[in-house]
Design a protein around this ligand. Sequence first.
Ligand SMILES: Cc1cc2nc3c(=O)[nH]c(=O)nc-3n(C[C@H](O)[C@H](O)[C@H](O)COP(=O)(O)OP(=O)(O)OC[C@H]3O[C@@H](n4cnc5c(N)ncnc54)[C@H](O)[C@@H]3O)c2cc1C
Length: 376
Amino acid sequence: MAPARPRVVLVGAGHAHLHVLRNAAVLRAAGVEPVLVAPSTFHYSGLATGVLSGALTADRAQIDVAALASHFGVRHIAAEATAIDRAARRLRLSDGQDMIYDALSLNVGSVTPDPYHLTGQADVWSTKPLNSLACLKTRLENSICSSRPDPAIVIAGGGPSGFEIAAALAGLLERNARRPRLHLVWKREAGWGPRRATSRLTTALQRRGVVLVHGEVVERETGACRLSDGRSLACDMLVLAAGLSAAPIVTATGLPVSSEGRLQVGPTLQSVADPTVFAVGDCSVMEGSPRPAAGVFGVRAAPILLHNLAALGGGGMRRYRPQRQWLSIMDLGDGTGLAMRGRFWWMGRSALALKRRLDLDFIAAMRAPSGEVLQD
Ligand SMILES: Cc1cc2nc3c(=O)[nH]c(=O)nc-3n(C[C@H](O)[C@H](O)[C@H](O)COP(=O)(O)OP(=O)(O)OC[C@H]3O[C@@H](n4cnc5c(N)ncnc54)[C@H](O)[C@@H]3O)c2cc1C
């Protein structure tokens, strides 16, 4: 009897797993059976604010994961992993099924932290998962179409996501000839980019009507939200955009995680405590090389992950070192962008043009090609 092929369950269709799916033939050639557990649609963050601002239609920022898996001959279960029993090497899925694995690879991204349990209350939206931004856009467009006064919107979060969401919402309102009533509430000085870049961005947003408020949103009230120092801000819609922490399934592994719930991995992308569990992208952190949440790290780790998963069928593993510098470009919702790399930055139309080209090229490269199904 032929020996059983080790089964690797890919959880989440994040940036790295999209690459692994497209190269599933490498795993099969190595004697490894890949199975994907993930929602059927991937929402690409690089274009999410372009969709929110109304510059792009939603379909341009999505990848049909089911079609991709089917094209490359990978069994796909359209569900989320909800629990992990590592002793039994068993995953519990949101559709009630159990799935046995030999190795697990997590690329489940991140969620927006909600320390004050505001999600679920009336008109509270969080930036992650990204499909909630599409719902926010629809809600805002409906409100714009009605004869009601423009809603007061509060964005909680002074990191790059908070600023980018504020810029995108300003863009959406400007496109509809409305004057933004936006408050961006930030807890700490923006230390996530060169000081002159964040100060130029702040001035640009203020000119467009965004009011910046120092503080922390801790409570939702009718028509308002309350800050930790007791002040109240008029608020019809509250957007939570304060940071990113790893998706909850990561802590459910019971393995060592960082303070943001990211799985601690070594250079081979395996958990420091369990070599059967791999993790990449936002849901992981490499010992000694912490990096912020950004899609580029999953993209760069992808070939190493593919190689190391194939090595489960025999062979040595390769080591991944995240780069020290990377380009990040924010879409400012008005046809301009802010590009940053280390201490270098520039703001303007060319920055956004470069971002669009990189992001649309990525989406095009990752989508399933039309034509025959590959099943070797
Ligand atoms: C508004 C905003 C704009 C951003 N813009 C940029 C940008 O321009 N460039 C950039 O590099 N980064 C950007 N980021 C950061 C970026 O979103 C993340 O760093 C990046 O998406 C992480 O990629 P990933 O591959 O780790 O996971 P993701 O791309 O988040 O993919 C994870 C996937 O796993 C799925 N999943 C989650 N939980 C489960 C589960 N339990 N079971 C199965 N599947 C699951 C999710 O549905 C998702 O499809 C932005 C973030 C925000 C909030």
